[in-house]
Ligand binder design. Sequence first.
Ligand code: NDP
Length: 491
Amino acid sequence: MLELNNYINGEWIGPSNSDRNKVINPANQEVIAVAPRATKEETEEAIAVAKAAFESGVWSGLTAHERSEYLNKIADKIDENFDELVRLEVMDNGKIKAEAEFDIADAAGCFRYYAGLVLAPEGETYQVPEDVQAMIVKEPVGVAGLIVPWNFPLLMSVWKIAPAMAAGNTIVYKPAEATPITAMKLVEIIEEVGVPKGVVNLVMGRGSVVGQTIAESKDVDLVSFTGSTEVGREIMRAAAGNLKKISLELGGKSPNIIFADADFETAIDHALMGIYFGSGQVCSAGSRVLVEESIYDKFVETFVERAKLIKVGPGLDENSQMGAINSESQMNTILKYIEIGIEEGATLAYGGRRLTENGLDKGFFIEPTVFTDVTSDMRIVQEEIFGPVVTIQKFKDEEEAIQLANDTDFGLAGGVFSNDGAKALRVIKKVRAGITWVNTFGPTYNEAPWGGYKMSGIGRSLGTYGLDDFQEIKQININLAVEPSGWFPNK
Ligand code: NDP
């Protein structure tokens, strides 16, 4: 069993009280780690350290080149520790090995991307009417509070830590209580490559204590949060105290529109991937599949046949194709939604059960689940379930597809499948979402911005926009005619 510690001002600090978080493996409920639950005071201390480190210039004062070198070294160490990080992520989160391998490789790639981006030319100059040279430069925001969820524990952390560090900010980092293990491993790597003390501070503990303190603190200049819409709202309220900058990556209920002229096999394959990857615990999951009526019956039949083939099991078992649900409470939430769907009158076309056979009884496993005969007013169509539950709905034409796709408070992602390029583009342009795909569903790229419209959030992770979120823009105006203006009398 691992003993996890906080990391503040370059020191590993054990628990200060008897309150401990027991971290379990969701595939079998074994306790795999114990983590500290930091108090408000400890969180405030970490914030003060990050503030002092920022003001000292120990990080922001480095050249971009020097920071870039640190980021590349972190990426190299992630690669060196790849197998261990994969194993820990699987045990902590419940996902299958192949998914964790993708996450860890992408985490290293993200550090390398920002190591490169920070060296790119930046800033702008402007033509202004006066004899003035006007320009902008970009500067770090200051102390960045990073609050991370449990569905992609390392990757979601890196999407924030890499650009925050690249830009020259100092950090207070809170992983989710459910999945703190790779957070500690990452911070060990950050220490190992010699990042100056005080730059990255890790504080584990409850969202309502550690997270809330970060969101409220007047000494935190920016909070970057990924998680539920409800907590996102709380962060926004708490951040109002000092009008700190906020970046929120929240939930979704993303539509995946399948036209009759799509390549059928491709559409089925990607629709399955869209909902069952990560056992559906993915903010951008394609949880609402919309299918043109002429192929609806065939699509549902084939989709259900394929869903039946998915092998659900422990992430470390090479045969597993879909892993565990991250926690008992998340599993119960999903099962509750399945009950709600049945009560609402939807047809449960497949799945819906907790799986306990074949040694799965100790873990949190749910069958891939399919609902049909759904209407847009149903809760299972409107609310984020965050599990392997898809609704498949029928549409008659392009107009109705767009109307159904946008009939949601969320706007994170969306997909269209069609072999008519003009139609696919016409439709995807009308989908009110920040991340969209044509003839695929789900890929993310470190180079491309990630974030949502409407209640799916504010700001963008990744790409150049992901760096912008961690930077202030300063206008500099240099008078080229150094002489009095004569505006006021000089005698
Ligand atoms: P939360 O939004 O509660 O948790 C995300 C992070 O925020 C965790 O680190 C959590 O801490 C922290 N947190 C919780 N409360 C506060 C607070 N008051 N102030 C600051 N930080 C806080 O998500 P859950 O884990 O409870 O999941 C619930 C639902 O959220 C899911 O069913 C899903 O719908 C959605 N979700 C969406 C994600 C996405 O990627 N868009 C990711 C995760 C969840 P801790 O858990 O350690 O207490």
